[in-house]
Write a protein that binds this ligand. Sequence first.
Ligand code: HEC
Ligand code: HEC
Ligand SMILES: [Cu+2]
Length: 430
Amino acid sequence: MFRYLPEQASDFAHKVDWINNLITDISVFFTVAIVGSMIAFAIIWRKRDGKDHETPRIEGSHFLEAVWTIVPTIISIYVAAYGYVIFDEMRDIPEDAPTVNVTGQMWRWDFLYPNGKKTTGELVVPVDEPVKLLMTSRDVLHSFFIPAMRVKMDVIPKQFTSLWFRPVKTGEYRVFCTEYCGRDHSSMLASLRVLSKADYERWLNDRSDEAKAARMKPADLGKELYTQKGCNACHSLDGSRLVGPSFLKLYGKEEALADGTTVKVDENYLSSSITNPNAQIVAGFPPNMMPSFAGQVTDDELFAMIEFIKSIEEPQQAAPAAVVQEDAAALAAMSPEQRGKRIYETKLCITCHSLDGSPLVGPTFKGLYGKSGKLADGSTYVADEEYIRNSVYDPASKVVEGFAPAMPSFQGQLSEEDVKDLIEFLKTVK
Ligand code: HEC
Ligand code: HEC
Ligand SMILES: [Cu+2]
């Protein structure tokens, strides 16, 4: 009964589960026994035929008292001792275990292997061999948790903590950050891949990706980073306005800032825009929108991104957004509502429009379709298909009362078909 623990993938797992299941069973047994007799007694000895009966005087029973003291004591000591034995085993790291370095930071996990290979978001280990993780954090407290291995440990800035485990079967498992560390804590995930020894050796010694990155020109690496780090969601390469300004011809220009000053866009300005975006806000753009990349990019990567931005002299086809990248066949197979939902999620509508009724930067989409409302100029409108189409292509022409005209136009970014799909989706958001 009550066997809900995840897959057992390390040799700790069955021991941890055994004691966990024992504690659960004992707790269930005593809960049922105690609460059950309470209820039974309350029914059997309830006040009958409206008469009060005198409560009998009962002297204590040494025998019973001894039983209910000694039995729980033995159980507790057993649980504590067994728990300590397993804990001790978990803390006793085999000397010969190869060490993988783990660094946590909002919101990713980086891994460094004994031969210098690096990965992000994926830990790869061989089966049947002990592996030690030596962990630290670049920013705040995190906690590294692999449920299938039954191990977890705090990850602390400026300090090393460690854990070890021995996987007993190959496969893919989830890794969580299990200590609340900020806004996107829940997406601080990684996967653990356990490979056969031969596959692991082959994987570890395959350094072709790094060699490729090391051979790349900084501007080319910057271009990869532009999509990898998600800058493409907010910055176009063709001059069009997304959430943030386009990178086209940005380098060298006189940029007007929100505080009325201007600044010449040079390497220092670009670098501070990336690592401290709120220090200088571009005129006409919202503050607090761009996440800071301080600590999230290495010096080499920062240099590469600056070189990339400098190279955008001609309009370029921005790297295709997620919707476009998706297999055309898969998109065609979706219903219009599903496609509309994808657009909502991938075209940033989600950052400004909620589905649950709460106002964000823009009004909520909940119950939007068909509702009537008021515009900033005092006139009223009904949110029909034409109105929504117009809001997407020309948001500034009709601004909803109580909201800033902060919505970017999606003219040229969303086709008429896309807008139809979006409307189908909006109809379902009641
Ligand atoms: C969620 C949207 C968003 C993401 C993601 C984003 N930015 Fe921004 N970025 C903005 C906004 C909005 C502004 C304008 C307001 C400001 O200056 O902070 C901006 C401004 C900038 C500027 C100054 C532009 C100018 O015209 O002066 C640079 C440079 C920049 N971002 C680089 C980057 C890089 C590089 C990345 C990826 C590593 C990135 N941004 C990711 C929203 C974003
Ligand atoms: C940067 C924030 C932002 C993004 C991104 C954004 N919007 Fe908006 N949107 C707003 C704001 C602010 C308003 C209210 C002011 C106005 O009407 O222009 C608004 C208004 C609207 C309205 C009218 C709502 C009403 O209650 O009448 C519709 C429809 C709409 N947006 C659709 C979209 C769609 C579809 C997307 C994605 C393709 C999107 N928006 C992306 C900020 C945004
Ligand atoms: Cu975390």
